[in-house]
Design a protein around this ligand. Structure first.
Ligand code: SF4
Length: 150
């Protein structure tokens, strides 16, 4: 399963996933949910952290470069991958990359496996299934005229 889907589905079911001060990935929620999702979250930890840093907790990346890298490596992320994450976070800010994911939009409705757009006309969604299903668009960065921040 795609790491962004793991992150989104686990959160949709009620788990809280965040990065605490000092860079620790914190997962909390009902024991049953925790037990179900923690192996998948652990297996995709690096990608989930990257996603959170890029889209949900940009202020975390305001830390000086060295501390940011050390925080990432303290999470068990390899030096090579930490440099790559740091570079992407900085580049995104420098490039003023304004692309979004549907996960960041309040028009995203539905549930895992059946996500759909609640604003298909403004978003210019053409769906074969006639239910505004998002398909691959769900995990693609894009610019959307129907986007509405949460
Ligand atoms: S409005 Fe755009 S960004 Fe929002 S859910 Fe629909 S397609 Fe995704």
């Amino acid at each position: 399963m795609d790491s962004i889907l793991i992150y989104a589905q686990a959160r949709a079911e009620g788990l809280s996933i965040s990065i605490a001060e000092g860079g620790k990935l914190v997962v909390a929620g009902e024991p049953k949910l925790y037990k179900k999702w923690i192996p998948l979250i652990k297996a995709s930890k690096e990608s989930i952290i990257e996603y959170i840093l890029l889209f949900n907790e940009r202020s975390f990346s305001q830390a000086p470069k060295t501390r940011f890298l050390l925080d990432l490596m303290n999470l068990g992320i390899s030096q090579k991958h930490a440099f790559a994450i740091e570079n992407r976070v900085r580049r995104k800010k420098l490039d003023f990359d304004d692309r979004k994911l549907c996960y960041e939009c309040s028009n995203l409705k539905g549930a895992p496996g059946r996500w759909k757009c609640d604003n298909p006309i403004a978003a210019d969604i053409i769906s074969d299934s006639r239910d505004n299903a998002l398909g691959d668009l769900l995990i693609m960065l894009h610019r959307c005229s129907g986007f509405r921040g949460n």
